[in-house]
Design a protein around this ligand. Structure first.
Ligand code: TXA
Ligand code: MG
Length: 318
């Protein structure tokens, strides 16, 4: 397999921006996970994202922008939206907003829905790329559909390889789980996916309750809502205390455990655990001498919501 990882320098950035402008695919780092990017307005390029991932086209994509004011070009905004954007962007928060209905080139990005998902990533390389390309970049996580999201350029290479024109290397992602997705098309804030921004932080800032959508797993408004997602290649059990780990299981611990193969955070820090989660699941599945993965219980607060959501789906048996 050819190596299409490019280091972060001005020449490669310009080449990546040209690739996007010409309808190609560029994987790039964000604060959360690596994205697989294409020009949001280029239907053919967007179609090739779905094809490269093996993702059904009923799963809409997130658009990535580099300036808040760009929101107004294709989404309906109001004071609430702009205030949240000014406070939390750039950062690990995606908004679902009503889209302007006169831009038909966005139909595929939005899977024909009347809404569009938008975010501004907190990552200099991502922001520079979007600005240099001069268009918003549509990007799902840069992995095969239903597989573990990538947090390094090497993960992208392993998962998508030659299906991507370029992979820009910005080192490991700081947050490690995808964005929190909030639906702002209703009077109340509804969380469609738990992610890198905690529900508590949103509630503290707004003084409002954030409702959690459990969705319909057979007709997800976010594919993160599919029952089976983020799956490693061997069976995984969760909420397993140390004493119940079987001999043929690879044990991913959390907090004070004595004999973990890997520990998400020995000090019990949920942010650190989120950063390590996908890389450790990938590492675990390479240990073919084990028959399965067992994981410690994770507290259901802060980023624990996002971690539990991902491992719950990863452990789901079809
Ligand atoms: O952290 C992230 O959000 C990463 C990085 C690359 O930005 N992206 C990401 O994309 O996780 P993806 O495609 O793996 O997940 C995007 C989620 C999907 O669950 C999708 O259904 C939801 O966003 N989504 C996109 N557009 C939507 C819309 N119009 N209405 C409801 N959900 C939408
Ligand atoms: Mg994904």
């Amino acid at each position: 397999m050819s190596n299409n990882i490019y280091e972060d320098n001005e020449k490669n950035l310009q080449q990546a921006a040209e690739t996007i402008k010409n309808g190609g695919l560029v994987a790039f780092p964000t604060d959360t996970v690596y994205g697989l990017g294409a020009n949001v307005y280029d239907g053919k390029a967007v179609a090739s994202i779905f094809e490269a991932k093996g993702r059904p086209t009923f799963d809409p994509l997130i658009s990535h922008i580099a300036e808040i004011d760009f929101l107004k070009e294709y989404a309906a905004t109001d004071d609430r939206v702009m205030d949240l954007a000014k406070h939390f962007w750039p950062g690990p928060l995606t908004f679902v907003l009503k889209r302007k209905d006169n831009i038909s080139s966005l139909d595929l990005v939005c899977s024909g829905l009347p809404n569009i998902a938008v975010r501004m990533p907190n990552h200099q390389l991502a922001l520079r790329l979007i600005k240099a390309a001069g268009v918003p970049i549509a990007a799902p996580s840069a992995n095969r559909f239903k597989c573990i999201s990538p947090t390094t350029a090497q993960h992208v290479q392993e998962s998508l390889g030659d299906k991507v024109d370029m992979i820009l290397d910005g080192g490991p992602c700081k947050i490690g789980v995808e964005t929190t997705i909030i639906d702002l098309t209703t009077p109340h804030m509804v969380m469609l996916r738990a992610g890198g921004l905690s529900k508590e932080e949103l509630e503290d800032y707004t003084g409002e309750k954030v409702y959690i959508s459990h969705g319909d797993p057979n007709k997800p408004s976010a594919p993160g809502q599919l029952l089976k997602h983020y799956a490693p290649r061997m069976p995984m059990r969760i909420n397993v205390s140390e004493g119940d780990v079987k001999e043929d299981e690879f044990f991913i611990g959390f907090g004070k455990v004595k004999k973990a193969n890997l520990n998400l955070s020995p000090s019990g820090d949920l942010n650190e655990a989120a950063t390590n989660l996908f890389a450790y699941m990938r590492e675990a599945e390479t240990h073919q001498e084990y028959k399965g993965i067992a994981m410690s219980p994770i507290p259901q607060t802060g980023l624990g919501l996002a971690i539990n959501d991902r491992i719950c789906r990863a452990s789901y048996q079809e």
